[in-house]
Design a protein around this ligand. Structure first.
Ligand code: SF4
Length: 318
């Protein structure tokens, strides 16, 4: 049986983005969540209305700033909060998180992104969006930006299964995702893909099929989320009617470990759990103890003597 060793710097068996950023920039580098006052085509009626069934009233940007404040003021506020935990010797990556952050005319994008990039000690930019909200013009601009700074465009996929996408009211297909992904990829833009485990009626096999596709696509980074049932959402109503069951912690940990094994070893791992608002979380309540989830993933990978990418081989999953 081959021996797979953990990263000697982090002792982790997966490729943590935080450790990559520290090595790349020579200093701890953290994200500051911002709210650019965007909306979403799945909320304003252009593609759909009501949004994805799990989307919180804050457009899945629970930790983003206050859109009534300027980008500079939100940035300062975020910096202040982070200094309590990490001190001031930091580099920053402003992160446009709430709603769909490419869903606006190009001049608005340029104005907001430039303001964020002009802040002190900023070394990059992260922009979260939907794969069907990237036009050729936007993709060209993002490519230009990524030649100037460390840009990551975060694309919500959630699942490759169109029947689930329809059930959760994503209002785009996997084919739509691939179209947006390829527009950015061929221009050399770093992409971080978001997926969600525990979506209603998805089996473990289906979740692994989604991860297998990510292994094939080899994005720059991945965020693996756990489905959170948030008060006030359509998902919460379904949950209260017992229409689907929450994922239990052991199944989540095992599924995430299987998924990590299928990804390319170089793909950065930005997130391995959900990180929603604890006040409005209805289920799964065990997810509040993030440390236990992350420790459980480390323990399971150790037990298996496995590491990220150990089942990846070229374009084949072995
Ligand atoms: S695409 Fe994002 S912001 Fe829009 S409804 Fe879905 S989760 Fe909310």
């Amino acid at each position: 049986m081959p021996f797979f060793s953990p990263d000697p710097y982090t002792n982790k068996r997966y490729n943590m983005q935080s450790s990559y950023l520290k090595k790349h920039f020579g200093r701890k580098t953290v994200k500051i969540s911002l709210n650019g006052g965007f909306t979403c085509p799945n909320i304003d009626g252009t593609k759909g209305s009501g949004g994805c069934i799990y989307c919180s009233s804050k457009g899945s940007g629970d930790f983003a700033g206050d859109p009534c404040m300027s980008i500079a003021a939100q940035f300062d506020e975020g910096k202040e909060k982070l200094s309590g935990k990490w001190g001031n010797e930091l580099f920053y990556i402003p992160y446009f998180q709430a709603n769909t952050n490419t869903y606006a005319p190009l001049d608005k994008l340029k104005r907001l992104y430039s303001e964020a990039l002009a802040q002190e000690n900023v070394v990059g930019l992260a922009v979260s969006t939907r794969p069907d909200c990237i036009s050729e013009e936007t993709a060209d601009y993002l490519a230009e930006l990524s030649r100037q700074t460390y840009l990551t465009v975060e694309l919500g996929l959630q699942t490759i299964h169109d029947n689930t996408a329809q059930l959760i009211n994503r209002c785009h297909t996997y084919k739509d995702f691939l179209h947006g992904y390829e527009m950015l990829e061929k221009r050399g833009v770093n992409i971080c893909v978001h997926i969600i485990n525990g979506l209603p009626f998805e089996t473990r096999e289906m979740m692994l099929e989604t991860a297998k596709e990510l292994g094939r696509l080899r994005p720059h980074a991945v965020k693996i989320h756990l489905l959170h049932v948030i008060r006030g959402t359509v998902l919460a109503e379904m949950f209260e009617r017992n229409e689907f069951a929450e994922m239990d912690m052991d199944s989540y940990i095992e599924t995430v470990c299987d998924q990590l094994e299928m990804l390319h070893p170089d793909t950065l791992i930005e997130r391995l759990t959900g990180d929603g608002d604890k006040e409005t979380l209805i289920a799964p309540l065990w997810s509040r103890d993030k440390k236990s989830v992350l420790n459980g993933i480390d323990k399971e990978l150790r037990r298996r003597n496995s590491v990220q990418g150990c089942k990846y081989s070229g374009n084949m999953i072995v």
